[in-house]
Design a protein around this ligand. Structure first.
Ligand SMILES: Nc1nc2c(ncn2[C@@H]2O[C@H](COP(=O)(O)OP(=O)(O)OP(=O)(O)O)[C@@H](O)[C@H]2O)c(=O)[nH]1
Ligand SMILES: [Mg+2]
Length: 242
């Protein structure tokens, strides 16, 4: 059987200082197809990515993290990816773990794999600020109740998808901001995709974290808003079926 084509996408915004390290740690078998989509960075992100030999796509102005991912996925699917891995180029997540994530998808038991910073305590060990950790746990608790899923977190940016999983959702209609990640998971769940998790360490340092308290708050409110929307959808499906 033909080996699946794995494409790694990196949504970048001012990550010139970290992209090299992030790329270096990618297992060599996956280094061939890496796309960096640059969201109007004002630093040398594009120059560094080109030096590394990555495929670079540019937004000529800053459109937002969600808009950036839309460009990532469109490009990866167009490139014929069977598996798409999103890896933040800010060196927050361990690139090495792409290998087990892809291996889990290859078993055919899952459609999506998340790198969870909560399983095995990677978040606090990696220096996640306490307020983000508490918010993560509370939002996850509420979202699991609303969706009926049992995920350890909905907020990781380290994700691997099969082509079919990506194509099963209309991600183009999602927000251009950070809440895109959450909407995407809700869409994947509503389409019946099987989501698996592996534990993932993470690193917090200034270049790996630009989202501040106010933006985090806006993100949290967005998660609850869309989570309740999902819950209402569940109730109406239940009523229609009975
Ligand atoms: N397109 C786009 N990407 C961004 C923007 N801000 C950050 N990013 C990228 O999105 C990724 C995540 O951004 P972070 O600020 O680290 O947010 P986070 O990882 O969700 O939150 P932390 O847990 O605080 O690290 C990084 O790869 C950034 O390069 C932005 O305004 N636009
Ligand atoms: Mg980060």
């Amino acid at each position: 059987m033909k080996a699946p084509k794995v494409v790694i996408v990196m949504p970048a915004y001012n990550t010139a200082k970290t992209i090299r390290k992030t790329y270096k740690d990618i297992p060599s078998e996956f280094k061939k197809h890496v796309i960096m989509t640059d969201d109007g960075s004002t630093d040398e992100s594009v120059k560094v990515a080109r030096m590394l030999g990555l495929t670079v796509i540019r937004h000529n102005k800053n459109k937002g993290y969600g808009a950036n991912q839309k460009t990532c996925y469109k490009a990866a699917l167009k490139a014929g990816a069977d598996i798409v891995v999103m890896l933040h180029p800010d060196y927050q997540y361990p690139s090495e773990l792409i290998a087990p994530m892809v291996a889990m998808l290859k078993t055919g038991h899952y459609d999506v794999i998340l790198g969870s910073r909560i399983l095995s305590g990677g978040a606090l060990r990696g220096g996640m600020p306490l307020y983000k950790y508490i918010a993560n746990r509370l939002l996850t608790f509420v979202e699991n109740l609303l969706t009926g899923a049992k995920l350890s977190e909905y907020h990781t940016g380290f994700r691997a998808y099969t082509r079919n999983a990506l194509k099963s959702v209309n991600y183009e209609q999602n927000s251009d901001d950070f809440v895109f990640d959450n909407q995407m998971l809700l869409q994947l769940l509503s389409r019946g995709n099987r989501i698996g998790e592996i534990s993932s360490p993470c690193r917090y340092f200034p270049e790996a974290s630009s989202i501040n308290f106010l933006r985090s708050l806006r993100y949290g409110i967005g998660c609850l808003y869309y989570g309740f929307g999902y819950f209402l959808g569940r109730i109406s499906r239940y009523n229609n079926a009975s």
